[in-house]
Design a protein around this ligand. Structure first.
Ligand SMILES: Cc1ncc(COP(=O)(O)O)c(C=O)c1O
Length: 451
């Protein structure tokens, strides 16, 4: 069937948000409608999610779609920003940790799950951030959620930048019903909100939440101003540096380092799942009391097994490289690629969003065009991530192209050209009448399990 016949069908008009609140008494049966919709997208090659890598997250890689189709091509979907996951010394550190500690943390951080690499990582991170007290979590998700749920009680308030990550949003909702959101990066609106809250409540805490680099838009808040507004109104600032720490800023200190704020922000939360080529997360603070409180009162640290020793050892070795002259060189190479990619889009009139960072958001607009373009780029061996509503507004679909230091400038040019050609072709195909001589976009069931 021709895709153009289905432009007004749920294949194109529905989003995940259409299925988030199914009704009916049978919790299991009511998942079917979502599955059917997802399956129709899978069968049409329009479901670009949940793909699998068939090797390391290198610049060129083999990817398998959830429908079972394998493709070789250019990887723009990995968060291994400095390409440390295949760095010989990082791999060697992983082997050493497995040899010395086995492959299991064997308990939560409260109950015997801490290991020597974890303690060394806490210490090194504390030095890097100039925040001497660091608590580790098994994921960055757990760190953000746990920091908020650990500190905030139902009488307290949380005010989030509206685009804050889901871990932060859900941590806030789990902790209190007094959650507000202010427009993205709007420090004036934040001041007004804090003024309003303090006018009626001087007795309870206010936690303000933002990120060091917002990964859907690649933009950065003015953190010093935000911190000073918070202090003016007796609020506490939490900054999630998952995407910028290690990848940006002097010696990889991220937005905090770039803005001269190391050691000056109330709370810092982050993840090892991007530049640090591992899994795990952390909360960093200047206070020994805060560290202990968040560990014991924030659920994920105490009720989930600790970060594995091999994960901690990998993050530790990655941090060592991040802070070294080699880290500077890797960041410089990544930035050369980032600027080349953004320039290649600009040359053809497309302005990528935000500021130069390892995340390059390419605006696509129309969600139908975006879905077809994502099918075409996959077929042509270029693998960016498609971001759709509700992660962004309906008409703000975009490709999120993630750039690594192991990419080449030539690959940036090729990636941009394939994306731009695919978008152009998708627009023409969707606009063209049925009799158009343009190559027809057939909805063929994805052949299963090739390669
Ligand atoms: C801002 C932010 N915080 C937290 C996380 C979660 O990190 P992790 O993958 O380590 O759970 C992410 C991951 O995408 C993120 O973007």
């Amino acid at each position: 069937m021709d895709l153009r016949d289905q432009l007004d069908s749920p294949l194109f008009t529905h989003f995940i948000a259409n299925y988030t609140h199914p009704t009916g008494p049978d919790l299991l049966a009511r998942t079917e409608a979502f599955y059917e919709w997802q399956e129709s997208r899978r069968q049409s090659g329009l479901w670009p999610y949940s793909r699998s890598l068939e090797g390391a997250p290198t610049a060129e890689c083999s990817v398998r779609s959830e429908g079972g189709v394998a493709r070789q091509g250019l990887n723009f979907g990995s968060q291994d920003y400095l390409s440390l996951s295949t760095h010989p010394q990082v791999v060697e550190a992983a082997h050493r940790a497995i040899r010395d500690y086995g492959v299991h943390s064997a308990g939560s951080g409260m109950f015997g799950g801490n290991t020597t690499p974890g303690l060394q990582l806490e210490q090194a991170l504390g030095e890097h951030l100039k925040m001497p007290h660091v608590a580790l979590f098994a994921t960055g998700w757990g760190a953000g959620f746990g920091a908020i749920a650990g500190l905030v009680r139902p009488e307290d308030h949380v005010v989030l930048d509206a685009l804050s990550h889901a871990s932060l949003q859900q941590g806030a909702s789990a902790a209190t019903q007094k959650v507000s959101r202010v427009p993205h990066l709007n420090n004036r609106a934040m001041r007004r909100k804090l003024q309003e809250l303090r006018a009626s409540d001087v007795d309870h805490g206010i936690l303000v939440v933002t990120e060091g680099l917002f990964s859907m838009d690649s933009d950065v808040p003015r953190i010093e101003e935000l911190q000073s507004i918070c202090h003016e109104y007796g609020a506490t600032l939490l900054v999630d540096v998952a995407h910028d720490l290690g990848a940006l800023g002097p010696s990889g200190t991220g937005s905090l380092g770039a803005q001269g704020l190391l050691g000056k922000v109330d709370l810092v939360v982050g993840s090892f799942s991007k530049t640090f080529s591992s899994n795990g997360g952390f909360v960093a603070t200047r206070s020994a009391a805060v560290r202990q409180f968040v560990r014991v009162m924030g659920g994920p640290h105490i009720f989930s097994n600790a970060i594995l020793p091999v994960q901690a050892a990998v993050a530790l070795e990655s941090l060592r490289i991040v802070r070294s002259p080699e880290g500077d060189a890797l960041r410089a190479k990544a930035m050369e690629n980032i600027l080349a990619l953004r320039a290649a889009f600009a040359e053809r009139g497309v302005k990528c969003l935000g500021e130069p960072s390892n995340v390059v958001p390419v605006p696509l607009g129309d969600p139908k065009v975006a879905r077809v373009a994502s099918k075409l780029v996959f077929e042509r061996g270029v693998f960016p991530n498609l971001v759709e509503y509700p992660a962004v507004r309906i008409r703000e679909s975009r490709f999120r192209m993630q750039v690594m230091s192991s990419h080449s400038v030539e690959q940036m040019r090729h990636g941009a050209q394939v994306v731009l050609d695919a978008v152009e072709e998708a627009r023409q195909l969707l606009a063209a009448p049925q009799t158009s001589p343009l190559r027809s976009l057939r909805v063929d069931a994805e052949p299963r399990a090739r390669v």
